[in-house]
Design a protein around this ligand. Sequence first.
Ligand SMILES: CC(C)(COP(=O)(O)OP(=O)(O)OC[C@H]1O[C@@H](n2cnc3c(N)ncnc32)[C@H](O)[C@@H]1OP(=O)(O)O)[C@@H](O)C(=O)NCCC(=O)NCCS
Length: 170
Amino acid sequence: MLIPYGYTLRKAREEDIDGVINVNSVALPEHYTHSFYTSIFSTNPDTFLVIEYNGRVVAYHMGRIEYGFSFKTKPQIVKKGHIISIAVLEEHRRKGLATALLQRAIEEFKKHGCETSFLEVRVSNDPAISMYKKLGYHVAQRIRGYYNDGEDAYVMEIDLKNKNGDRHNN
Ligand SMILES: CC(C)(COP(=O)(O)OP(=O)(O)OC[C@H]1O[C@@H](n2cnc3c(N)ncnc32)[C@H](O)[C@@H]1OP(=O)(O)O)[C@@H](O)C(=O)NCCC(=O)NCCS
């Protein structure tokens, strides 16, 4: 996915973390401690991505590679790419920025040998659900009362391997 002129998608640098926290604080009700961001940054640098515009972070994706049950192939343990958090500042939305971040993250998950990628999303978050579906994620599970305010989450998952067992090239 091409992003509009003036925007740069790249891996995050340590000095971007305050900018990421700023985007998160205005875009999402789920916030994390500074040390959580720095720990994901140091352990999963390839999937901690930002988009910069005029020298400012306007969008980010924070992902983590984990091992766990596939929602499809239980009880097998597989390597999975977890989308922990993604957000775009309101004035920069509907320009394909989140799609570009997710496509890059999926590419990185595949390079790291992940068999699936998954995320949790509020059941009321129609824009995000529609975006994930467009990218090929499907609802695998519903978790009752997952969020602090009691809202349920959908777990959405995408298989990153094709029928022959090879990972897609996209
Ligand atoms: C969800 C979010 C990340 C999308 O970012 P974005 O850069 O605007 O997304 P894109 O431009 O790549 O849009 C991709 C697709 O998502 C869907 N989408 C995005 N925003 C939408 C909206 N407001 N209403 C309906 N569909 C929407 C559309 O299918 C869109 O494709 P289209 O523009 O060709 O119709 C952004 O709205 C956001 O930051 N929201 C708050 C944080 C959040 O909810 N994060 C996800 C938590 S799980």
